[in-house]
Design a protein around this ligand. Structure first.
Ligand SMILES: Nc1ncnc2c1ncn2[C@@H]1O[C@H](COP(=O)(O)OP(=O)(O)OP(=O)(O)O)[C@@H](O)[C@H]1O
Ligand SMILES: [Mg+2]
Length: 261
């Protein structure tokens, strides 16, 4: 797929998995500078595995993940550990467990600011401009926050490192619809401030409509790619991933996962 703008993250033919089993069978993807890129696809298709492979939580067996930093230097990320990836300019908000529940809001942000030794306050002030509500609850334990507030803290914890690229795994998961709108609006405003976004979402329609580019992943392979707009109107995407059948299929899979396992 051709993407305008300079590419900041380039994933090429990545093969990765757990133990002996491959989950990704040669996945490729580009994140152009300053854009929002969405990854959608059925449960278990390897979306989270792809994000983990980019962020160094999982080391690909084959393929490459290149990152171009603000100075224009390129870095091969495969083999790096997450903290090293964060230092280079990429941060990650995982699907679950994206805050430390026993730490206060302020302590969570201090942990997130590890790359800015001694300059926590200036970065705290910057992040509180995006998340003013967190400023009123700095001493609250993260465990006492609502789901939406926790998600905001998870994003703020990543944003305080001042990343060039922010990677989010299902930021809307488990949130009430009105809170989902707020979270998506926040991600948009972070993007508007110049941060490139790579985001996995189950709320495919909502996510694609705010994305410049989208990728459909299925069974660990690239299935379809295009602009957000193209995917929203692609008959195959509509039938398999956005239509009623797609939604029902997802719901059945989710129920099975919750009640059978
Ligand atoms: N830690 C792990 N160890 C072993 N297998 C795993 C592990 N995590 C995920 N898998 C397997 O890898 C496959 C892809 O999982 P992954 O979490 O990447 O999918 P996903 O597309 O993010 O799904 P979802 O939409 O449910 O979040 C699944 O078959 C899953 O069971
Ligand atoms: Mg996932």
């Amino acid at each position: 797929m051709s993407t305008d703008g300079e590419v900041v993250v380039s994933v090429r033919s990545v093969v990765a998995g757990y133990a002996d089993e491959d989950v990704l069978h040669g996945v490729s993807l580009n994140v152009p500078s300053g854009k929002v890129v969405a990854v959608i696809g059925p449960n278990g298709s390897g979306k989270s595995t792809l994000l983990k492979a980019i962020y160094g939580l999982l080391h690909p067996r084959q393929g490459s993940v290149m990152f171009r930093d603000r100075s224009g230097a390129t870095h091969e990320l495969t083999g790096l550990r997450p903290h090293a990836v964060t230092r280079l300019g990429i941060n990650f908000v995982p699907q679950l467990a994206n805050v430390f529940p026993d730490l206060s809001v302020r302590e969570n942000l201090e942990v997130g600011a590890f790359v800015h030794a001694g300059r926590f306050h200036e970065h705290l002030e910057r992040v509180l401009l995006t998340f003013p509500a967190l400023g009123t609850m700095l001493s609250a334990r993260a465990a006492t926050l609502s789901g939406g507030q926790r998600q905001m803290l998870g994003i703020a914890r990543a944003l305080i490192s001042d990343p060039q690229v922010l990677i989010l795994d299902e930021p809307s998961a488990g949130l009430a619809p009105s809170v989902v709108d707020t979270v998506f609006a926040t991600i948009k405003s972070i993007n508007a401030s110049g941060v490139s976004i790579l985001m996995v979402e189950q709320k495919a329609r909502q996510c694609l409509s705010m994305s410049d580019y989208g990728y459909v992943l299925d069974m660990g392979e690239n299935r379809i790619a295009g602009t957000g707009e193209q995917l929203l109107h692609d008959p195959e995407v509509i039938q398999l991933y956005l239509g009623n059948r797609g939604r029902l299929g997802e719901a059945v899979l989710r129920l099975r996962r919750e009640f059978v396992t």
